[in-house]
Design a binder for this molecule. Sequence first.
Ligand code: DGL
Length: 274
Amino acid sequence: MKQPIGIFDSGLGGLTVMKEIHARHPEYDYLYLGDSARSPYGPKDFETVYQYTLEAVTWLFEQGCPLVILACNTASAKALRTIQQRNLPAMDPTKRVLGVIRPTTEVIGDYTTTRHVGILGTKGTVDSGSYAIELAKAFPDVHVHQLACPAWVPLVESGDYLDLEKADPLIRECLINLLELSDDIDTILLACTHYPLLMPRIRAMLPPDINVVSQGDIVAESLSAYLLRHPDMEERISRDASLTFCTTGDPEAFGHAAGIFWGNEVKAVGVALK
Ligand code: DGL
């Protein structure tokens, strides 16, 4: 049985993380799961995001994944710790679930000179306060300015982000609102894995002296370091260089949207979670 790395997101966003991991480790098998039928997670309450994420992790474990990456900030903020502490010991203590927030907060302070970082995320991520809490530990001198962009995940999931007439005003509005929080922001973190799909427009709207940071690279780098530190886990991952894409939504629509981002044809498989 294959033992792929499992990558989970509420929808398409986790692909921005998977692409960077795959670029570094093309030899591994990967199993991607997007819970598109129940996206977006951002506006949902803690219990719901926890339940949905636990169902996804359970499913990925059942498919043979020894390691699951929650490539979703909202799930990482609201479900990761409980799953690691409460569920994993009973499910399979030899398996691992990793998130995206800790690796990001460990390095984001290195990007800012002014020590003022703007964070764009879902309502769930922003309200959880996870970034402010983790950044206070890693870089206590960094000031955090957060803004939720509730329109951005639906913009990506619907494919409307490719229609600039629809997308640009929604993107611009959030950027203006964020920059109004402080004149000193020199670094903007895209703390939602969907947002890098908007990067070309975000970059075009901001002055060049503002860094825009997406997480894919950071999380991939951190995973490489994790696998070096844990050769026992690294040896368990199967290596047939296969990519499998699954969605709880419409597989055709998912495959089409994923293919645009991936740059190759993507054939997605429809699955049900319980
Ligand atoms: N990609 C998810 C994240 O990083 C989006 C969550 C949502 O579905 O709202 O937070």
